[in-house]
Every structure is written in structure tokens, then in C-alpha cells.
Design a protein around this ligand. Structure first.
Ligand SMILES: C[S@@+](CC[C@H](N)C(=O)[O-])C[C@H]1O[C@@H](n2cnc3c(N)ncnc32)[C@H](O)[C@@H]1O
Length: 353
């Protein structure tokens, strides 16, 4: 034992090792979740009840030897339970709800997709250069949509828009909405469904995302009610919008103040900007929790490099917090800013000129 090792608190070494082993196992587990999602293994378990590896293999057309190893890992990770007496594995209904109904594998898809960029991001640490959102693996775009959509589906039409002053009634009558940085259009489609009389346009600077959003709108049966256009947040067309929305994208932009000014100019006189951002407290020490860890990690791979790749490169990061966001809005000339809602994942600000 080296003199340095002799001074170590062995209990703390063991505690940290245990934590790190969990993280290494979770890294492999992320890939296993993607396989379970892609091959329908979770779906088959949810539909079929307790089953052996051979039964799950038969139901899904996957090879039994692979399925057995996958199930063993799922059981070791607490995703499924194992009954030694029968050799059967069970996906508890609560887990099935999150994995299937709440599309939890999308979060893993976002994480795994992001890590593909590790060599480029490591280089960017040395050079200080940015990496654009559009430069990532396509799994990032799809995973991002899947990660955020369930929260929007649960809150956007039922909680967040009603929390804005007078906006719900306006959209019910037929208002004009711009959804900026719309990505694959999850939020745009939800609003189109909820407010069929409104004219809703989604904008994003990433052409492949706009094409995906158009396909998603057609699939959702609202393709005739929404339009999607390639445009940056500082230059999207139109004016007199009753509502402009930004969902989890302002902090990805290089010049959020410039974008905020453009929003102000595009709103109707009494229009509203709804800014949805990742939930964060103002101080780093108050974000040292699992949600903060998730967002700081995503922010290192995605949001910070994306912002640094654009003009100004303010790099707010995904954990900017309300105070820094308010500063951006105030600098752009918004005078009335109010936090109207929050969830563990998101904070919602209403801004008016
Ligand atoms: C984290 S994703 C969020 C996408 C979508 N709003 C959602 O919630 O699923 C950020 C989005 O911002 C877009 N974006 C980044 N910078 C932009 C800019 N300057 N102008 C317009 N869109 C931008 C990206 O292309 C990406 O679709």
C-alpha cells in the first residue's frame, strides 16, 4: 500500500467505487434499453405477463440465448423481477407504464446518441469551438423529441397554456402561434390538436428536423393545420403573433438576447411569449441532484457546444435558472416576466413587452 493509499478513508473509497460501478453498469444498460425498445421486448413482456427467456424469444422472434442474457441484465438492474422457482421474468406494470406509455427509452436514445459525439466534444474542450445541434447523430433529434414529448403532452394544453394570462381563450377563438426551435414538432402538434382554430407555424433552423416535424404532423392527422418552415430564431417570418413559444431551445442558441428581441418584434401588441426551459435553480449548489446531473451532462454534450457554434455564443447552458433567463428577457426589452408553472423537468415563463 502506498503512503498515499494509507491515508485514504477506505469506507469512502468503497462507497465511491460502488457508485461508479453503478454508473458503468448503467452505461451498458442504456444500450440494453435501446435493444428492448427496438425489438419490442418490453412490449411483449407487458402484454404477456411472467415469461421465461424462451417464451419471450418466441414472442418476439429474437434468439433465446441473447434474450436470456438481456433478461438477466434487466433483472440485475431492477427493471424486471425474476422468479427462480419458475425461471420466469416479469415486467412490473409501473415499469411498463414508464417504458412504454411514457416513452422512457427516448431519454436513453438521447443520451446514447449524444455520446457518439464524444471525440468531437473532447476536441472542442481544447479548441473552445462549438458543435452545432445539426452535427449530432440523428438519434439525438429523435431521442430529444421522445424525451420531452411526454411532459408536453401531460402539461402543455392542460396546465401551461391555461396558466398564461388570456391566451387559452384567444387560441380557442383562433390565434396566431409561432413555435420556435420546434425540433420534430412535438409541442407544435400538441397545440394544433388542442386549438384547431389557431394558425400554428413551427420554425427550426435544422432542415432535417423540419422535415421530420412535417411527417409527424401528417401522421398525427394535423398536417393540414400546421406548417413548418426552416428559419432561425432571429429571423423567422411573420408578425402580430398572439403567442410565441420556445420549448427547451433558447439556451441552445448562440444569441438568446437577439432571439428574444426578434420575438418581441414579432408579437402582437398584447402578445405573449411562453418560454419553456429545463427546470433549474439559480445556484449550482442547488442543482446537484439527479435532474441537474442529467441536464448538466446533456448540456456539456449538446446545449453548450450548440450555443458556442452560433453567433455571440452566450452558452447559457441547460441549467441557466430563472434569474439568468430573466436577465436575457429584460435585456431584450420584456418588462413583465412571470414564472407560471414548473415540473421536475421544466420551468415555464410568461413574458410580455
Ligand atoms: C433541445 S432541442 C428542442 C427541440 C424541441 N423544441 C423540443 O422541445 O423537442 C433544441 C432545438 O433548437 C433548435 N435551434 C438551435 N438553435 C437555433 C436557432 N438559432 N434558431 C432556430 N432553432 C434553433 C435546434 O435545431 C433544436 O431543434
Amino acid at each position: 500500500m502506498s503512503p498515499q493509499q494509507a491515508t485514504l478513508d477506505q469506507a469512502k473509497v468503497n462507497e465511491f467505487l460502488g457508485k461508479a460501478i453503478q454508473d458503468v453498469a448503467a452505461t451498458f444498460h442504456a444500450g440494453l434499453v435501446l435493444i428492448g425498445d427496438k425489438l419490442g421486448l418490453y412490449r411483449a413482456m407487458a402484454d404477456g405477463g411472467p415469461m421465461t427467456a424462451a417464451e419471450l424469444a418466441k414472442r418476439t422472434g429474437a434468439r433465446e440465448r441473447y434474450v436470456r442474457e438481456w433478461l438477466s441484465a434487466q433483472a440485475a438492474g431492477g427493471y424486471v423481477t425474476y422468479e427462480p422457482a419458475t425461471g420466469r421474468f416479469t415486467l412490473p406494470p409501473e415499469h411498463a407504464f414508464l417504458l412504454l406509455d411514457a416513452d422512457l427509452p427516448g431519454a436513453f436514445q438521447l443520451g446514447v446518441g449524444s455520446i457518439h459525439a464524444e471525440p468531437r466534444i473532447a476536441d472542442a474542450f481544447r479548441t473552445g469551438e462549438g458543435v452545432g445541434w445539426h452535427e449530432h447523430d440523428p438519434a439525438v433529434f429523435e431521442g430529444c423529441e421522445r424525451f420531452f414529448r411526454p411532459g408536453y403532452a401531460m402539461n402543455l394544453a392542460s396546465q401551461w397554456i391555461p396558466a398564461l394570462d388570456g391566451v387559452k381563450a384567444r387560441l380557442e377563438q383562433g390565434g396566431r402561434v409561432a413555435d420556435v426551435g420546434c425540433g420534430h414538432g412535438a409541442s407544435t402538434i400538441i397545440m394544433a390538436r388542442a386549438f384547431p382554430r389557431s394558425i400554428i407555424t413551427g420554425f427550426d433552423y435544422h432542415p432535417a428536423s423540419i422535415e421530420a416535424a412535417r411527417r409527424a404532423a401528417d401522421k398525427a392527422g394535423v398536417g393540414d393545420r400546421v406548417t413548418f418552415e426552416v428559419a432561425s430564431a432571429k429571423a423567422y417570418p411573420g408578425s402580430g403573433y398572439d403567442l410565441v413559444t420556445f420549448f427547451d431551445c433558447l439556451h441552445d442558441m448562440g444569441d438568446p438576447v437577439g432571439a428574444a428581441r426578434h420575438v418581441r418584434g414579432s408579437l402582437a401588441a398584447d402578445g405573449t411569449w411562453m418560454l419553456v426551459e429545463p427546470f433549474a435553480n439559480d445556484r449550482l449548489e442547488d442543482n446537484l441532484n439527479p435532474i441537474g446531473r442529467l441536464y448538466y451532462g446533456a448540456s456539456t454534450f449538446l446545449c453548450t457546444p450548440a450555443s458556442l457554434s452560433q453567433e455571440v455564443g452566450l452558452a447559457l447552458g441547460a441549467q441557466a435558472g430563472e434569474k439568468r433567463l430573466r436577465d436575457v428577457l429584460t435585456e431584450a426589452g420584456f418588462k413583465r416576466v412571470r414564472r407560471v408553472a414548473e415540473t421536475p423537468a421544466n420551468m415555464v415563463l410568461e413574458a410580455r413587452a
